[in-house]
Design a protein around this ligand. Structure first.
Ligand code: NAP
Ligand code: MG
Length: 407
């Protein structure tokens, strides 16, 4: 769009600030819409998704007139039209992650939300209109996978940004190869959360619980493989079982709900099949005894013990509230096992020893490593993967680079 790319950065920034403020004003409504549409607990959409959505627009508003400082000695220019395809696990937040940096850098956008969770992206389009954003700068196109493919393959597109499964990511990489379109892929994960005997145990258990059960485990960076040092294995299992029993599963609109609904029938079927496969391969399933609502798609928070590295539940992304528990003896063994995955998005380390943190951080093949915390996000901090978790970074200065041509 010639209008948008020609605007001075300071003018683009004003629109982004206006959008961020309207999102803040409407955050209650947007949180309710997000929860109604996708099934995540209102506690999370209200206290996590919406503040982060606004933060991404504020952060990138600040960059719009400072791009030359982001890339000293270079001349950053817009790429053109960005085609963006996003998943259903953080619908509005993924839209913000994609749209805000694209606009800050002077690009225009065609975004396709996931078919099961299009509502907040459509509401966001109305917010853009309310902010006076010129027509055509952001376009939301709903539809399923074929619509996403048509968008990615369109010759008028200069940049493709995708978040979703590794399977579709590979198809998109093939479709884009040789076209000159710039590409970033944010794909699946099977993160290791590594728990050493010298860790502050109660704090670590909280991190393990939120690391896997946050957003029903529909999280690409979920800490889905827990590696426990053998000496504390019995103590950890007991704490895990006790804490699991306190989690409340139910109506996503109830502010006391910890675990909401599974996003779709297809995802529930996938979780059930993978967990059953784990049990068939010899793992033991532990589930909280909580009652599940009668109508809708639900899966009780669970963990599997007796898991070996070759089990599918230790290798494949389940994308549900299911933790695979494994053990290790030495830091070297923890590193080797943690890296034994085709993915490489995130990892967690829990220990009292700073030296151990540094050692692991330098050896773990993961784009993000959290130490004595988990699932902490900030727009200033780049996020992205290695290997089958994709490439390119979102957030921070690195995220801007994905939306600029650097002369
Ligand atoms: P997906 O198929 O990769 O979907 C992601 C997005 O891509 C959706 O908007 C989807 O459309 C669209 N899409 C599907 N096929 C496409 C194609 N050929 N070309 C372009 N776009 C296409 O993911 P999913 O089916 O929702 O979930 C499957 C698995 O992916 C999950 O179980 C999980 O393991 C993983 N996943 C990872 C993330 C992540 O954050 N990294 C997020 C979601 C899922 P529709 O959905 O509307 O059909
Ligand atoms: Mg799909």
């Amino acid at each position: 769009d010639l209008v948008w790319s020609k605007l001075p950065g300071s003018e683009r920034g004003k629109y982004l600030y206006r959008i961020a403020r309207i999102i803040q004003e409407k955050s209650r409504e947007l949180a309710i819409l997000e929860t109604l549409d996708g099934g995540k607990p209102i506690k999370e959409s209200r206290d996590f998704d919406l503040p982060m959505v606004a933060a991404h627009f504020f952060y990138h508003a600040g960059w719009a007139d400072k791009l030359s400082y982001a890339f000293p000695g270079r001349t950053p220019r817009p790429l053109g039209v960005a085609a963006q395809v996003i998943p259903w696990n953080f619908p509005l937040l993924m839209a913000a992650w994609k749209i805000a940096p694209a606009l800050a850098c002077g690009n225009t956008v065609v975004l396709k939300p996931a078919e099961t969770t299009s509502l907040t992206a459509l509401r966001l389009a109305e917010i853009f209109q309310e902010a006076g954003l010129p027509d055509g700068v952001v376009n939301i196109v709903t539809g399923a996978g074929a619509t996403g493919a048509a968008l990615v393959n369109h010759p008028g597109v200069d940049k493709v940004a995708f978040t979703g499964s590794t399977e579709v990511g590979k198809k998109i990489a093939q479709a884009v190869a040789g076209t000159g379109k710039k590409l970033t892929l944010e794909l699946g994960g099977k993160a290791a959360n590594i728990l050493f005997e010298d860790a502050p145990l109660d704090q670590a258990i909280e991190g393990v619980i939120s690391g896997i059960y946050f957003n029903q485990g529909h999280v690409c960076c979920a800490g889905s493989r827990l590696f426990v040092q053998e000496s504390i294995y019995p103590a950890v299992l007991k704490k895990l079982r006790d804490r699991l029993a306190t989690l409340r599963v139910g109506n996503p609109l109830d502010k006391n709900t910890d675990i909401g609904a599974i996003n779709s029938r297809a995802q529930l079927d996938k979780i059930r099949a993978l967990v059953q496969g784990g049990v068939d391969e010899g793992a033991t399933l532990h589930q909280s005894a909580c009652a599940l609502p009668g109508r809708g798609y639900w899966f009780a928070p669970s963990y599997l013990t007796g898991v070996t590295m070759s089990h599918r539940v230790a290798q494949e992304e389940i994308f549900g509230p299911v933790l695979s528990v494994l053990t290790f003896r030495t830091p070297e063994e923890a590193i080797e096992r943690a890296n034994n995955t085709p993915y490489g998005l995130s990892a967690g380390v829990w220990t009292d020893k700073g030296s151990k943190i540094f050692k692991l951080v330098s050896k773990l093949r993961a784009g993000v490593v959290w130490a004595n915390t988990y699932n902490k996000f900030d727009p200033t901090s780049p996020f992205g993967g290695y290997q089958e978790s994709g490439f390119g970074r979102e957030g921070g200065v690195q995220g801007l680079a994905a939306y600029c041509r650097l002369g």
